[in-house]
Write a protein that binds this ligand. Sequence first.
Ligand SMILES: Cc1cc2nc3c(=O)[nH]c(=O)nc-3n(C[C@H](O)[C@H](O)[C@H](O)COP(=O)(O)OP(=O)(O)OC[C@H]3O[C@@H](n4cnc5c(N)ncnc54)[C@H](O)[C@@H]3O)c2cc1C
Ligand code: SF4
Ligand code: SF4
Length: 399
Amino acid sequence: MGVSITNDCTGCGRCVRSCPFGAIETKGRLAVVGEGCTGCGVCVDDCPFGAIASDSRVMSGDVDIGLYRGVWVFAEQRGGRLMAVSVELLGEGRRLADEIGTELCAVLCGENVGGLVEELFEYGADRAYYADAPELAAYTADGYTAVIYRAILKYKPEILLLGATHIGRDLAPSLAVKCGAGLTADCTKLEIGPDGRGLLQTRPAFGGNLMATIACPGRRPQMSTVRPGVMQKAARLPGRAGEPVDLMCELGFRFRDGDIRQRIIETVRSVGELVSLTDAEIIVSGGRGIGGPEGFDLLRGLADRLGGAIGSSRACVDAGWIDHSYQVGQTGTTVKPRIYFACGISGAIQHLAGMQNSDYIVAINKNEGAAIFEVADYGIVGDLFKVIPAIIEALDAPR
Ligand SMILES: Cc1cc2nc3c(=O)[nH]c(=O)nc-3n(C[C@H](O)[C@H](O)[C@H](O)COP(=O)(O)OP(=O)(O)OC[C@H]3O[C@@H](n4cnc5c(N)ncnc54)[C@H](O)[C@@H]3O)c2cc1C
Ligand code: SF4
Ligand code: SF4
C-alpha cells in the first residue's frame, strides 16, 4: 500500500506542503515520495493535477497505537452555538482523559467560531483545535472531514467522541473510513479497559434486548458516537483557560474548488428542530393509551401548565398521531428531564432506553402490572382521562 507519482506531475510542490509526515520532496521538478510515507492519502486529494496514484486511500496495516495520545471531543456548533451534546461529551471526555492521565481536546469547525474556544476551555478542554473558514460556514461531510482527518493524522488522538446528531452520524463514519478505524454508534456507556487506555464502548444491540460492549484494540482513534442526553453535562468553570490551536494555519490547509462536493441549496427548519426534548426539564409523554392524536391536547394542557414539553412513545408515531421528532426511546431521542410523565405508556425496553435516567418518573397507567411501574418513582394506577384532568384542576386551583 502506498502512493506513486505519475508523469502528470508538474513539480508545483503543493503535495510537499500538504503531507502531514514530511514524506514528499521535489527533486528536479518532480515530486518524490520518501520512506516516511504512511499511505494516508492526503497528497492524493491535494494534487491539482491528479498526478499521485494510490492503491488505497484508507490507512491500513499495523497502527503504532503507542503514538496516539489524548481524548478528543467533536465540538458541534450550529449558528455559533455549542450543541448541548458537545457539553455532555466534554464532561464524559474529561472523566475518561483523567482516568487515562491524558489531555482533553475539543475540535471545532465553522466560520467565525473563534468566540466558542473560550467556552470549550471553561467546559474542561485543555486544548481547542479550531478551523475557521468560509467553506466551513455550513456543515458538509467533505469540508469537515478534510480538516479533521488532517488534524487526526497530525496530532493522533487515541479517542474521538462525537454526538449522535444528524451531523455526528454523517461525519463519524466518513472520518472512520478515512482513518481505517472502528466506530461504535449510539453508545450509552464508555469506560476505560483494564489496560488503562483501551475504550470499552457499550451500546444496545439486537433491538435493545442486549447491551454489547465493543473494543477496537488495534486501530486508532477509538471512535464513538453518543446520543444527546445520555452523559452528564460538564460543569462550566468561568475563566478556565487552555491552549487554542488554529488548524487551518497549523495544517497549512486551504480549500480548493471541487474539494466540497455537497452544496447547501436551502436550509429549512423542521418541526423537529423546534422540539427541544433534550433541553426540557419536564416532559409529558403519551403512549397508545391516549387513544388518538387528540389525546395529545390533554397532555399539552398539563405540559403548558408545568412549562414542559410533549414526548411520545413509538406506538403513537407509528400510528401517525405525532411527528417522529417527539419520539422518546431507542430509535427516538434520549432524554433526562427532572420529571418525566409517562401517560398510557406500557414501558417497553426500547422506550425505557430513552427515558429511564430521568430524575423522577411519574407513570399513569390503568394496568397495575405495566412494566413502566418498575422504573417509576410515582405510579398512578388509573384512567389517564380522569387522572390528568384532576392534576390540571389541582394546578389551576387558587392557593
Ligand atoms: C428495534 C425497535 C426499536 C424501538 N424503538 C422504540 C422507541 O424508540 N421508543 C418507543 O417508545 N418504542 C420503541 N419501540 C417499540 C416498543 O417496543 C413498544 O412497542 C412501544 O414503546 C409501545 O408503545 P406504548 O407503550 O405507547 O404502547 P403499548 O405497549 O400498547 O401500551 C399502551 C399502554 O397504555 C395503557 N393504557 C391504555 N389506555 C389507558 C388509559 N385510558 N389510561 C391509562 N393507561 C392506559 C395500557 O395499559 C398500556 O400499558 C421499538 C421497537 C423495536 C423493535
Ligand atoms: S502536487 Fe501533484 S503536481 Fe504538484 S508536485 Fe505534488 S505530485 Fe507533482
Ligand atoms: S500518502 Fe500521506 S504520508 Fe504518503 S506522501 Fe502522501 S501525504 Fe505524505
